[in-house]
Design a protein around this ligand. Sequence first.
Ligand SMILES: NC(=O)c1ccc[n+]([C@@H]2O[C@H](COP(=O)([O-])OP(=O)(O)OC[C@H]3O[C@@H](n4cnc5c(N)ncnc54)[C@H](O)[C@@H]3O)[C@@H](O)[C@H]2O)c1
Ligand SMILES: [Zn+2]
Length: 404
Amino acid sequence: MIGRSKSSLNLNASTKTQVERPTRNLQRMRNSITTNSVDTLRTTLKAAPLMKSVRFHGPGDIRVDEIDEPFCRAGEVKIRPAFVGICGSDLHEYMSGPILIPKEPHNITKTKFPVTLGHEFAGTVEEVGDGVTNVSPGQRVVVRPTIYDGCCNSCKLGIEYCCENIGFIGLSGYGGGMAKYMTAPSNHFYPIPDKVSLEAAALIEPLAVSWHAVNVSPFKPGHNVLIVGGGPIGIGILQVLKLQGAKNVMVSEMTESRKRFALEYGATHVLDPSQVDVAEKVREITNGIGADVVYDTAGVEIALNSAIRACRTHGSIVNIAVWQKRPAIHVNDLMYHEIKYEGATLYDEESFRDVIRALSYGQLQPEKMITGKIRLDEVVDKGFKALAGEEREKHCKILVDVQS
Ligand SMILES: NC(=O)c1ccc[n+]([C@@H]2O[C@H](COP(=O)([O-])OP(=O)(O)OC[C@H]3O[C@@H](n4cnc5c(N)ncnc54)[C@H](O)[C@@H]3O)[C@@H](O)[C@H]2O)c1
Ligand SMILES: [Zn+2]
């Protein structure tokens, strides 16, 4: 699948695949033609240069395609992505998608798969469209990928990250980070301070998830906390909690490399559920009281039931995990101890900006989380296949070096 040449471009007039972004010439005709006829027209116009792009075509089918370089229109910014993280959602899509990737045209972007992947990324501004003032060519920027409609009930309440039509650059349209170029409306781009590397900036998005989860939780300095799962989100939560003055930060995790990461990032205790009863250990560490707040980043039934036993009376369990299977949980134990079970999703703009600021002050150190760097051409074998197999536990975050 790697390095598919123009044969995967659907230049053939008989193919029906949607071209992700119309070329300049095609754009003029866009109003008068159907999406499927765009490909037919491409064969004669050949207006835009081609670029490499990693696209999702279906479960187990991610290809390095060549597609039209995007055109920067008024109000848009065109960047050269530098580094892109491969995230758990990308993997879910690879293994059993399309999940978040639209099967039908997305309500806002009007795009459906095949789509370019990559929603955790930073890069350099190549061009800005008319009217853009927040960034300028040559500037290094990070992308806040959340796409929202601004008019649903959640958006009207100012909670746009819970938008009823939520979408993501790199999953739902506007291209993605795993391409030589991408364009999107200018409000998705934020300058990054000089001190912050483009590699570290690629981790701003997942760190914002962790930052926001702590923000919406009832955590207070001095609390004892349990983080279930030591993947990138759990390690992010660990960093934020340390920064904000947690007392004991316990991480439950069973894979060796991730247990090590958790200790390196300052977990006071790492509890391996294959070796100890996590709830019992948490109670022992907290003088029999239990954790004030539990953050669940694993999404596994057995671990949640153990977390309920580990949580103190009037404590809280915050779910960040995307569950693959519906769990059977001991709801009565929530009731008897008046434990709150709540969700945390994505991030508001403030959390995104706070993470940028925390990085510039050196308060978060995501570089150590980067356990592999691969080229765009290697993304299927050394990225998705590796992370879908046994390699996964060796890694915290693999970055794709897009321009190499
Ligand atoms: N809410 C959001 O906005 C949001 C955003 C990004 C990711 N997510 C989700 O958050 C979760 C965490 O993301 P991630 O990238 O860190 O995922 P990940 O899969 O890399 O990490 C999960 C960790 O949980 C560990 N684990 C599995 N079973 C366990 C158990 N019984 N006890 C303790 N640990 C166990 C795994 O070994 C793994 O290290 C995923 O479900 C992801 O889809 C949610
Ligand atoms: Zn909305």
